[in-house]
Design a protein around this ligand. Structure first.
Ligand code: GLV
Ligand code: MN
Ligand code: MN
Length: 416
């Protein structure tokens, strides 16, 4: 019997592992892994094996995050956090979240292979829910780690009416123990996350890597227009209460109002009820994802959208209802951590690393309530993400591993 080949902790291995996780999906024709599902459990088990292979003590925490720790020189040594998320949107690509988590494991594997003694412990986190696909509320895994889990989330339901509470129990987790996932802020040095850019700026600038300077603040809403269903032929225009026409005015206004303010707004979900060709839509449920560099701008745009929606509803004799599912403040990176990432990129030969604002959300937004964070961005093909065509170059991943490892060594004082 031949022994397992030793792990290489290089780009080829990292990309092969991304391929393995792409095979763990609830959908046969694409990648879909949401929170507290059998795919989540299989992913954690697989990633746990890779963590153990890199020398990390692996476990699943009380919120379903997959974690691995490398002890520091003393029992009370501070801890550097590395990681990203393991869940996906429906119809996802292979790299969003997954690449950063597997890179973090590879960097620990490299440091161990080189017998580097760090002055701190390291914890690698594979967050369980960053996308918010199942329950509408996002950043669940990282909020649990940051100690900002909110008990009002237990009643949130998925598309089949399963509550978060029941989903925890079905997954084998005890909801009353979720607080045990939280880290003590005084123990933590900071958090570093590597992630694909999910935009085209690095490619346009012909660069493999970039340093994040901050992450846009975001709010997400579930919206509803309520009118009255009726016959598509018989009901005269003057008497219709068509909820879809009201919602359409809002959808169009979102683009104009967000764009004019330098924000980004997206209606990604919309369902008309009862949903028949010959019935006037009596009710429409739709979503809104709103982001901006400043929370004040984002909130102003929301006020304008809400006013537009209320006016459209009044003009068409509709009711308009709002529930806010998620709010995360705009954040700036921690300076010394970002400088370590910058130094890592410089060490790969890029003399003037590019700084970027992240318009995508990341676990770092929630972890910002626990400690400082910094992020390394990796070029992705044509900026495509949240799509099956997401792609990265192997040579970019190789330099990203070098830069990420360098950043950890920089924080450990090895490079000076
Ligand atoms: C996460 O991918 C987000 O930005 O929505
Ligand atoms: Mn994503
Ligand atoms: Mn992501």
């Amino acid at each position: 019997m031949s022994a397992e080949p030793a792990s290489t902790h290089d780009a080829a291995e990292v990309l092969a592992r991304c391929d393995v996780l792409a095979g763990i999906s609830a959908a046969v024709d694409g990648i879909e892994r949401s929170y507290l599902t059998p795919e989540h459990a299989r992913t954690n088990w697989t990633v746990g094996e890779w963590m153990a292979d890199a020398g990390l003590a692996a476990w699943q925490d009380a919120a379903g995050n997959q974690r691995g720790s490398l002890a520091g020189p003393t029992a009370d040594a501070p801890v550097l956090l590395l990681g990203s998320h393991l869940d996906t949107v429906p119809g996802a690509g292979k790299y969003d979240g997954v690449l950063g988590t597997i890179m973090a494991i590879a960097v620990v594997g490299r440091l161990r292979a080189r017998r580097i003694e760090l002055p701190f412990g390291v914890e690698v986190l594979g967050f369980a829910d960053e996308e918010g696909t199942r329950f509408g509320r996002t950043l669940l895994g990282s909020c649990a780690v940051a100690g900002t889990w909110d008990d009002s989330w237990w009643g949130l339901q998925d598309a089949h009416g399963v509550t978060m509470w029941d989903a925890f129990r079905a997954f084998g987790l005890d909801p009353s123990r979720v607080g045990e996932a939280a880290l003590e802020p005084s123990r933590v040095i900071g958090y570093l996350e590597a992630h694909i850019e999910q935009g085209p700026l690095l490619q346009d600038a012909d660069r493999a890597l970039g340093v994040v300077r901050g992450i846009m603040g975001a709010r997400r809403f579930e919206l509803e227009m309520i009118g009255e269903a009726g016959h598509a032929g018989g009901m005269p225009y003057g008497r219709r209460r068509d909820a879809l026409l009201g919602a359409s005015e809002v959808v169009s206004a979102v683009e104009v109002l967000a764009r004019d303010a330098g924000a980004v707004g997206t209606v990604g979900k919309l369902r008309a009820f009862p949903g028949a060709m010959n019935v006037i839509p009596g009710r429409v449920e739709f979503s809104l994802d709103l982001r901006a560099e400043s929370d004040a701008v984002r909130d102003d745009v929301w006020r304008e959208i809400e006013e537009t929606a209320r006016k459209a509803a009044a003009a068409r004799n509709l009711a308009f209802e709002v529930s806010e599912m998620h709010a995360a403040r705009a954040t700036q990176v921690g300076k010394s951590l970002a400088l370590a990432v910058e130094a890592g990129i410089r060490a790969t030969g890029d003399a003037e690393p590019m700084y970027l604002l992240s318009k995508a959300g990341h676990d770092a937004m929630a972890i910002a309530d626990l400690c400082d964070y910094a992020m390394l961005f990796i070029r992705c093909k044509d900026g495509i993400s949240h799509h099956r065509d997401e792609a990265v170059r192997a040579d970019d991943v190789e330099v990203a591993l070098d830069a990420f490892e360098w950043a950890v060594l920089e924080l450990a004082g090895y490079n000076s």
